[in-house]
Design a binder for this molecule. Structure first.
Ligand code: 13P
Ligand code: SF4
Length: 304
């Protein structure tokens, strides 16, 4: 079957099943092109919470489909590739987090959405890269436990007077970007602005002209008068950046910025999922309800 035929069949099945196709900004180009909505983790969570569709086809990684199931328990959430996980999310377990909490009684746990539903369930509030500073600011306590991303945590701590207890997790994809690669590119292209994701190492973040979530990059590059940008996040971001800004140039800061998990989902996988209505991601109620409290508390904070 040609890719055009596969896309047609996906569209027909989405219509028949009252489905919506959500895709993260790191997905393959052809998946982003087909999606009803593309976005960052925060935008996709909000979409899942508010959609009128009965079926959510989540093109992303496992924790994102779990968030959709937590926020929209009456909908069927399909994750076309059940093996699309997030190594950073796997770096924190409930048992280890409970141990850390016991060492710091009364200190709230701020958990990046890149985490399992079970970890969210023992957290006080969630955050994404788009709202992490606001989430931490919203808390009355002078200390926070921040999990699992040490890089995002250290970036947020920079804007806060609170005491942080970090978890030593990280994104292996963003961690591969080294400051030397950025310095070289900046030297070769002195007119270019360097934009990076806060999951990057602090030594890389220190070189950035702007630090933001994936969707923040679309806004920033569109509004900026600059013509050339060095991009420090996963390669999938380039698809929309180039399409929305044909007169501007985007250079990926390193060819290593490819997340293997985000690249798993193909058009064939989406068609197979919609045909068989599997694999379904469903968070059990005893985990869903406490995890939802942490997500709802985050979603109650107004977005800029
Ligand atoms: P955002 O899209 O929220 O910036 O998240 C980046 C990411 O690593 C998702 O896995
Ligand atoms: Fe996880 Fe990093 Fe891949 Fe995002 S880019 S899914 S944080 S490994």
């Amino acid at each position: 079957m040609s890719s055009e035929e596969i896309k047609q069949q996906i569209r027909a099945l989405l219509k028949e099943r009252n489905g919506v196709l959500l895709a993260h900004n790191y997905m393959r180009d052809e998946v982003q092109e087909l999606a009803d909505i593309t976005g960052d983790s925060l935008a996709l969570s909000m979409e899942a919470a508010n959609t009128a569709a009965s079926v959510i086809v989540f093109c992303g990684v496992h924790f994102m489909a779990e968030s959709a199931s937590i926020l929209a328990p009456d909908k069927t959430v399909l994750l076309p590739r059940l093996d699309a996980g997030c190594p950073m999310a796997d770096m924190v377990t409930v048992e280890a987090l409970l141990q850390l909490k016991a060492q710091h009684p009364g200190v709230p746990v701020v958990t990046y959405v890149n985490s399992s539903a079970a970890v969210k369930a023992v957290s006080d509030i969630c955050c994404t890269s788009a709202n992490a500073v606001k989430v931490v600011d919203s808390l009355a306590e002078p200390e926070v436990i921040f999990v699992p991303d040490k890089n995002l945590g250290r970036y947020v701590a920079h804007f806060s007077s609170k005491t942080f207890h970090f978890w030593e997790g990280y994104c292996p994809t963003h961690e591969r970007l080294q400051p030397d690669a950025v310095r070289r590119l900046k030297q070769e292209h002195p007119d270019a602005l360097f934009i990076c994701h806060p999951e990057c190492n602090p030594a890389v973040v220190a070189l950035a002209d702007h630090v933001c979530s994936t969707s923040g990059m679309y806004d920033y590059c569109k509004k900026s008068p600059a013509r050339r940008f060095i991009i420090g996040t996963e390669a999938g971001i380039l698809y929309r950046l180039k399409r929305e800004n044909p007169a501007k140039e985007f250079l990926l800061a390193s060819p290593a910025l490819v997340c293997p998990n985000m690249k798993l989902t193909s058009l064939e996988d989406i068609l197979a999922a919609l045909t068989s209505m599997t694999p379904v991601v469903k968070v059990p109620e005893e985990i869903r309800l406490p995890a939802k409290r942490a997500l709802d508390r985050m979603l109650a904070i107004p977005r800029d």
